[in-house]
Write a protein that binds this ligand. Structure first.
Ligand code: PHE
Length: 453
């Protein structure tokens, strides 16, 4: 995310696209998408996810960008001012702050595993060995080791934020994204050439609609929000940096497309390998870590590819974390008049306070402590993706579709066009009716108020 003060804009349309993609792409693609697909039964989940991105994700991203660019303010202040006289809607910004902290609590744990795997895969490459599921089990289920990596990752990100060099880091991240893309394709080709790989492709793309249950629908919707960084103000802030001439709908559609492509490529690396090696698709959060080293093992230079894969994943992770932490930091700096390093420290303290229990809930220390039947790790993940982000997204769609005047909304949405394009009209309809209705139905369904599936 760009500097929190001053309303400087991205320099070009391409810059706007790259920055938005930079926030969207992260652990959500390479870690969460395969893991959730595996634990929710495969292709039926993928299909629901794709529909959620198209029918809900793109419209909500359009609203966030419209409101951000129209108000040119941080999220809390943007929602407060966009519907004058109704300060209630600034709650969207507040919920966003809480979501950022909850997400970071488990995101830093997983990012810690990725960083640890950079070094572990390097060690394995040098010694000529392969990382096994036991390696992952010992890491994630340990006590001090995962904590060490989590604190290191959080410290690194805080340092970047405090030093105010996020923009520099974002540039590096963006340049390396295409490399991650290429490496994923190498990984796919390798995985697809394994004997028995086709079962993985079927698992990913041949839907068994009987697998569509209420929790699967909610998980797919939640992932769409998480993936596209929606429902918590991140994209509103990005909107406030969009150049005037950026065409909001095509930009959002391209971001969604690029992001979804990366997720599918990650899925195509993981699932063929899962079936070829006889692992279980429902392997949980460790799925990525257990399959990638196996995919590359025995391939010429495979050890080196594994190191490169985790290194690029680590770099993508930093970009997403910077964009997550900026939400509370930017607000603290603007609202609380504290300096960036102080804001970074305060935010970091909150994130660590929740992050430590999330990490330890994977180890014997806190594994037995359950809230609503979930470990802290699962609880924070569930609360953010499946409750706060969809509720935030619903409120955002209501603000955009019903509370902002139609003319003002459309004027901002269709900037860059001489006359209203067909997709401008379509997206507005989706913002008003389709997106809020679908979010509401899925939320009510998950509460048992309604029976969809
Ligand atoms: N979209 C990021 C990912 O998929 C995570 C994220 C969520 C970033 C919300 C910012 C805001 O990894």
């Amino acid at each position: 995310m760009s500097a929190p003060t001053g309303r400087d804009a991205f320099a070009s349309n391409l810059g706007a696209f790259a920055a938005t993609v930079g926030s969207a792409i992260g652990l959500g693609n390479i870690w969460k998408f395969p893991y959730l697909t595996g634990s929710n039964g495969g292709a039926a989940f993928v299909l629901t996810y794709l529909l959620a991105v198209a029918l809900v994700g793109i419209p909500v991203m359009a609203v966030e960008h419209v409101i951000g660019r129209k108000m040119r303010l941080n999220a809390v202040h943007a929602y407060r001012s966009v519907v004058p006289g109704q300060p209630f809607w600034s709650a969207i910004g507040w919920v966003g702050l809480v979501s950022a902290i909850l997400i970071m609590a488990f995101y830093t744990d997983v990012a810690g595993w990725v960083f640890a795997y950079v070094f572990k895969s390097l060690g394995a490459f040098v010694s000529g060995s392969t990382l096994t599921p036991e390696t992952f089990g010992a890491l994630a289920g340990g006590t001090w080791e995962p904590l060490f990596w989590q604190v290191a990752v959080l410290g690194l990100t805080m340092g970047i934020i405090a030093a105010g060099v996020s923009k520099g880091i974002e540039k590096v991240t963006k340049r390396l994204m295409p490399l991650l893309f290429v490496l994923l394709i190498v990984c796919d080709l390798r995985a697809l050439s394994l004997p028995g790989a086709f079962a993985g492709v079927e698992y990913l793309f041949a839907p068994d609609l009987s697998k569509l249950t209420g929790p699967v629908l909610l998980a797919a919707l939640g992932l769409a929000f998480f993936k596209l960084s929606l429902g918590m103000g991140t994209m509103t802030t990005y909107g406030s940096y969009l150049p005037e001439q950026t065409r909001i709908v095509p930009n959002a559609a391209r971001v969604a497309l690029a992001d979804t492509l990366v997720s599918l490529l990650a899925g195509l690396a993981v699932f063929p390998a899962v079936f070829a090696f006889g692992c279980t698709p429902a392997g949980g959060p460790g799925l990525l870590f257990n399959t990638i080293p196996l995919v590359f093992a025995k391939m010429p230079m495979g050890g080196l590819f594994t190191v490169l894969f985790f290194l690029l994943a680590a770099i993508a992770t930093i970009g997403a974390m910077v964009s997550l932490i900026e939400v509370p930091v930017a607000w603290l700096v603007e609202k609380g008049h504290v300096r960036r390093p102080v804001a970074a420290m305060i935010t970091g303290a909150f994130m660590l306070a929740l992050g430590v229990p999330a990490t330890l809930s994977q180890s014997p220390v806190l594994a037995d402590v359950k809230v609503f039947g979930m470990t802290f790790f699962d609880l924070f993940d569930f609360l953010s993706s499946n409750v706060f982000l969809p509720v935030g997204g619903l409120a955002i769609a209501i603000v955009g579709g019903w509370l902002v005047s139609r003319d003002a909304f459309k004027k901002e949405l269709n900037k860059g066009y001489a006359a209203e394009p067909w997709h401008g009209r379509a997206v507005y309809g989706f913002v008003r009716f389709v997106a809020p209705a679908l979010i509401l139905l899925i939320l009510l369904n998950s509460l048992g108020v309604l029976r969809l599936a």
